[in-house]
Design a protein around this ligand. Structure first.
Ligand code: CU
Length: 129
């Protein structure tokens, strides 16, 4: 009985340790609509705040085709910007893809835009905390 308690205590301590050190434990998914419900060429929202390990779900909404390409030179870490980029154009409402913010992503701003609508101002900024 006593040793059973000891084992249970160790397991609990290990579980607490894992929860405290795993920074993906509280990862969240942020949904970004591509194209406003009213048909404007914008991302909704266009300002995103997230942490390493979080994911961004880009969903085609209105007035496609759209994509979501991060700009290396306007990002805190160009390699991370490239890894999160979604170059494929989506045209069908509700089609989506997911970008994961790497665990080692450098904090700072990452600018993104839509290739066909960049000149129309379709862009946004992800701030990694
Ligand atoms: Cu677009």
């Amino acid at each position: 009985m006593k040793s059973w308690l000891k084992i249970a205590g160790c397991m609990l301590a290990a579980a607490v340790l894992v929860a405290a050190t795993d920074n993906t434990a509280g990862a969240k998914e942020i949904e970004v609509k591509m194209g406003a419900d009213t048909g404007q060429l914008v991302y909704v929202p266009k300002k995103i705040e997230a942490a390493p390990g979080d994911t961004i779900k880009w969903t085609m909404n209105k007035a496609g085709p759209h994509n979501a390409v991060f700009e290396g030179p306007k990002s805190a870490d160009p390699a991370v910007a490239k890894s999160m980029s979604q170059t494929k154009l989506l045209n069908k409402p509700k089609d989506s893809y997911i970008s994961t913010i790497p665990a080692n992503a450098k904090p700072g701003d990452y600018a993104f835009n839509c290739t066909p609508h960049k000149s129309a101002g379709m862009g946004g900024v992800l701030t990694v905390k």
